[in-house]
Design a protein around this ligand. Structure first.
Ligand SMILES: Cc1cc2nc3c(=O)[nH]c(=O)nc-3n(C[C@H](O)[C@H](O)[C@H](O)COP(=O)(O)OP(=O)(O)OC[C@H]3O[C@@H](n4cnc5c(N)ncnc54)[C@H](O)[C@@H]3O)c2cc1C
Length: 381
């Protein structure tokens, strides 16, 4: 299909881009979405969606479908490598009626895609740069094609070329640790909510995403793009985590090597602007965070809701984009910064420091933890 002009264009059909397309549709605005992947494939491992994301989905009328595709999480625990409880929170004590949900990324994507029109997403279209004028934007693609829109929403992830063009000094930062993820197929695994194990060989976490399917992740400190870590599969992970609770071994053994994903953990050094006249950055393109607070996608989903509200409130998109920036900058920066600090502490390797950290964390009451959590996982007014 050859489209030369449109009003609203979204770059990227990830969680941010699709959530925005759905939120705009609900606000009566149709947007075209360009996605660089040639087609949809239900890839990836799992993800947890906190109640702020589920509340947005509820407002968009898709929460029931998302919850049905995943598993509600009742508890969140942090254990030491010896299996001792450092922290344990009953999530039903958090003051929100929306659950936290573990879900396969592919299943989430499928639900989101089912709520946009077939013709709305053009696959295999990668943006490379833009030419911005007062009355519109020309978007250039890597296949030599280009198209024009009046308003551009950039949701193409942390490595967005358009953000790099608008803010050449924006910096993607390696967090100092690398991460493996997988989905274990287990029929008789005893789940106890979301669990994270902190030890001096790194972290290991897991959560159920569907009956008989458990999403796990593992992190270790490592040099950036380390070829040795890139080759690690279940065998090497089993060796690294051999002194961790037995559930770690059970999950690793139940994951085929070809299903183990690996990537370095990065975030985006907070940037000063999300709105650039008729162009808006959101999701990871604007505020990619380390996954330590489980809020990257949740904030992208919040973005979608608040953008639609800004567009409904303002007379034209440019002031709506500026209002979006005003509403979202501080909250998303805080999450990026807090998550980065938490990750550094959680990745400590020194045994004495780890023992002190675990002791101090164990002294924080469930009530205090919930109070802190509520500030993050309750949707702002
Ligand atoms: C290990 C790990 C665990 C995580 N766990 C959680 C969690 O439990 N909970 C949570 O809330 N968040 C989590 N996150 C964060 C979450 O994955 C991201 O915040 C979220 O995926 C961001 O969505 P996005 O759509 O902004 O970006 P992306 O997911 O990066 O999507 C961008 C889309 O744009 C496309 N694209 C890229 N470049 C172009 C281009 N030039 N032109 C057109 N299209 C393009 C891509 O193909 C992709 O489809 C985790 C992240 C990691 C790394």
């Amino acid at each position: 299909m050859k489209i030369q002009k449109c009003d609203y264009l979204i770059l990227g059909a990830g969680i941010a881009g699709l959530s925005v397309a759905i939120a705009l549709k609900k606000a009566g605005i149709t947007a075209l979405v360009l996605e660089s992947a040639p087609a949809f494939k239900p890839l990836g491992a799992g993800i947890t969606l906190a109640s702020n994301a589920i509340e947005v989905f509820d407002r968009l009328g898709i929460a029931d479908e998302v919850i049905k595709e995943g598993l509600a999480v009742q508890r969140a625990s942090i254990l030491s490598a010896a299996g001792k409880t450092i922290s344990r929170v009953s999530l039903n004590k958090v003051a929100t009626k929306y659950p936290q949900v573990g879900i396969h990324r592919g299943a989430l994507h499928q639900v989101l895609l089912s709520h946009v029109d077939d013709q709305q997403v053009l696959w295999g279209k990668r943006s490379t740069r833009i030419e911005q004028k007062a009355d519109g934007i020309r978007v250039f693609l890597d296949d030599g094609d280009s198209l024009e829109c009046r308003w551009l929403i950039v949701a193409e992830g942390v490595h967005s070329p358009i953000r790099k063009q608008l803010l050449p000094h924006s910096k993607v930062r390696y967090a100092g640790y690398t991460c493996w993820r997988g989905i274990a197929e287990v029929s008789d695994f005893k789940l106890d909510g979301a669990v994270e194990i902190w030890g001096n060989k790194g972290r290991f976490g897991y959560v159920g995403v569907a009956p008989g399917r458990v999403y796990w992740f593992a992190t270790t400190n490592a040099p950036e793009k380390d070829p040795m870590r890139a080759a690690w599969k279940s065998k090497e992970l089993l060796e690294n985590y051999k002194n961790y609770p037995k559930e770690v071994g059970e999950l690793l053994r139940a994951t085929p090597d070809q299903a183990v994903l690996w990537n370095d953990i990065v975030d985006l050094d907070p940037i000063p602007h999300y709105a650039f006249g008729n162009v808006l950055l959101l999701g990871d393109a604007a505020h990619a965070t380390t996954p330590n607070m489980g809020q990257g996608a949740c904030q992208a989903i919040e973005d979608a809701w608040f953008l639609a509200q800004c567009l409904l409130q303002e007379k034209s998109p440019e002031p709506a984009f500026a209002l979006f920036e005003k509403l979202r900058l501080q909250r998303t920066h805080n999450i990026v910064n807090r998550s980065r600090t938490l990750g550094k502490i959680a990745q400590w390797e020194n045994k004495t420091a780890c023992a002190i950290r675990n002791y101090l964390f164990s002294r924080i009451s469930e009530k205090q933890t919930i109070r802190q959590m509520e500030k993050v996982i309750r949707l702002p007014d």
